[in-house]
Design a protein around this ligand. Structure first.
Ligand SMILES: [Fe+2]
Length: 313
């Protein structure tokens, strides 16, 4: 697969030929499978951040329980990355659904011996278009098979366990379909980032943007020098949105927006080089006095560091 999701957003845009191949696979299986959709660095972040103690249980049905991740830190970062219009266009094109504007999610797990199974159901709620489940399980697990069937005839349309690290499965939410995930067996835990692509509301209208990071510079921190090396914080994610770059810091849960030059500056800072090296790279691209570039780079870097998006090192 030529596209996947990483901490710097969607990596690679599927070509027309790949979209056609994905659509053919979807029509054949009644679901779309995206092996390795979550890139290894994103999975490593999730492995570090998702902790046993952050799971809670809530009642489901008469006797069932849902075990879900209560921490918003991880969910906020994933939602920031997945709610990307470029991904929405892929989902619309491959699954042939109306306009997608938001992905609503949760992280849940199924533990052997616990009543975490949910019987056949549909998830048909207003604006729900497509369901997606991404495998975040810490290891191998038995059972936990996704089954999709025709509601009226009971004919099984798809059956498969989503077991590869970061693999995604997408399937339509429609009145004529129903699905379930079978009980897990053995010792392994099944964990997934799962939710629905909806027609509305628009995620873009719900973004909580922070004030300019340039003004957030931490007076409480020591000042950066041109000889310092910096890199993106381990809890920072970013993606392009038209001509702007959106940054998300999981520590604070807010989104920062940078314009074209700011976005270019961020890509240099995040890559991990000295601030002097960043200034030299910018001097080759922009016609500006060196003293002004140095002042601006230091100011923005300090602001991004204060916002928890950039770290020394
Ligand atoms: Fe469901």
């Amino acid at each position: 697969m030529t596209f996947r999701l990483g901490l710097s957003g969607l990596e690679g845009v599927p070509s027309a030929a790949e979209l056609a191949r994905l659509r053919a696979g979807y029509l054949r299986r009644h679901c779309l499978r995206l092996p390795g959709f979550f890139a290894p660095p994103l999975l490593a972040f999730l492995r570090r951040e998702i902790r046993e103690k952050d799971f809670r249980e809530r009642p489901r049905g008469k006797t069932g329980l849902e075990s879900y991740l209560a921490s918003q830190r991880v969910l906020g970062l994933l939602d920031f990355l997945v709610n990307d219009p470029a991904l929405f266009r892929v989902v619309e094109g491959v699954l042939g659904c109306p306009r997608v504007r938001i992905f609503r999610s949760k992280i849940y797990r199924m533990v052997p011996g616990h009543p975490h199974h949910k019987d056949w159901h549909q998830d048909t709620r207003p604006w729900h278009q497509v369901a997606m489940s991404v495998n975040l399980s810490p290891g191998r697990f038995g059972g936990g098979v996704l089954q999709i069937r025709d509601r009226r005839s009971g004919r099984m349309l798809y059956e498969g366990a989503n077991t590869g690290p970061g693999d995604a499965v997408l399937f339509p939410v429609a009145p004529h379909l129903e699905h379930q995930v079978t009980d897990v067996a053995g010792r392994g835990i099944r964990m997934a980032y799962a939710g629905w692509f909806l027609e509305r509301p628009a995620f873009s209208a719900m973004l909580r943007r922070s004030p300019s990071p340039v003004r957030q510079g931490g007076a409480f921190r020591s000042a950066l020098r041109l000889s310092d090396r910096v890199k993106a914080s381990a809890s920072a994610a970013w993606r392009r949105s038209g001509k702007t770059t959106l940054l998300f810091g999981a520590d604070r849960g807010v989104i920062t927006e940078l314009d074209g030059v700011g976005g270019r500056l961020w890509s240099l800072l995040a890559a991990g080089s000295s601030l002097r090296g960043v200034c030299e790279a910018l001097a080759r691209e922009y016609d500006a006095p060196a003293s002004r570039l140095e002042r601006d780079v230091l100011r923005v870097a300090q602001g991004l560091r204060g916002a928890g998006l950039l770290v020394k090192g």
